[in-house]
Design a protein around this ligand. Structure first.
Ligand code: ADE
Length: 235
């Protein structure tokens, strides 16, 4: 999978060199390229923002540097005539649709994703219309809170999507029994020692009885989901 990121803070993405995703990049499973939006600014001060039409607080990101950046990225591997076969453009935004595990799963099959990280009060709205002539466009929110920009949200989505790309996580079975994969939260896990500082591992997990262990884990999943995330359960 190829992933491009457009940002005014490329250094945010240095952490993609470590851990599982770093290894996946080294192995050629994920081709991640980070681009500095300011390289596409058209003035000598490398300006990427301006005041909003209609007034209001804050600054808005100018459209032209975005168009130049997206054109350059899309031209590298796609037929610009056909937006449906172009890259998937994801713009992190608190005003977007909610990101979920099911979207992560769907997007893990995409050959090319481009993250556009906005700062300030956002990106000139016409950029989304322009991007839709090159590829498919989605505005995506991590949750109902506000971050300073799209970088942290893009990082979270790169990790959530990237780890579902075949080969990135060494043991694919570990992807099956996770929170949100079956619509429930994950069951609790324990390791040795069985007795630790006065806290005990539940007896059933020491019983060696696979059927009872499976039933206990299922019950725990349902109970946790009921108390912590009742919104995930059917009415
Ligand atoms: N940018 C700012 N806040 C955000 C959020 N909650 N999700 C995604 N992108 C954002």
């Amino acid at each position: 999978m190829r992933i491009d990121v457009v940002t005014i803070f490329p250094a945010f993405f240095d952490v993609l060199e470590v851990s599982l995703l770093g290894r996946a990049r080294g192995a050629g499973l994920l081709d991640i390229r980070v681009h500095d939006l300011r390289e596409h600014a058209t003035d000598r001060h490398r300006t990427v923002d301006d005041t909003p039409y209609g007034g209001g607080a804050g600054m808005v990101m100018k459209p032209e540097p975005w168009a130049l950046a997206l054109d350059e990225i899309a031209a590298a591997g796609h037929d610009a005539e056909d937006a449906a076969s172009g890259p998937l453009f994801l713009f992190p935004s608190p005003a977007g649709e909610r990101f979920t595990q099911s979207l992560a799963r769907e997007w893990s099959h995409e050959p090319h994703i481009v993250f556009g990280c906005g700062r300030y009060e956002g990106i000139d709205e016409r950029v989304f219309s322009y991007a839709a002539t090159i590829g498919r466009v989605r505005l995506v929110s991590l949750g109902d809170y506000v971050l300073n920009g799209g970088e942290v949200a893009a990082m979270a989505m790169i990790e959530a999507v990237g780890r579902l790309v075949p080969g990135v996580v060494g043991n694919p079975e570990s992807l099956v029994e996770e929170s949100h994969e079956d619509g429930l939260l994950e069951y609790p896990s324990y390791t040795k020692p069985a007795s630790w500082r006065g806290y005990e591992v539940p007896d059933v997990l020491l019983s060696g009885h696979h059927g009872r262990v499976a039933q206990w884990r299922r019950d725990q999943q349902v109970e946790r989901t009921r108390t912590r995330r009742p919104d995930l359960l059917p009415e």
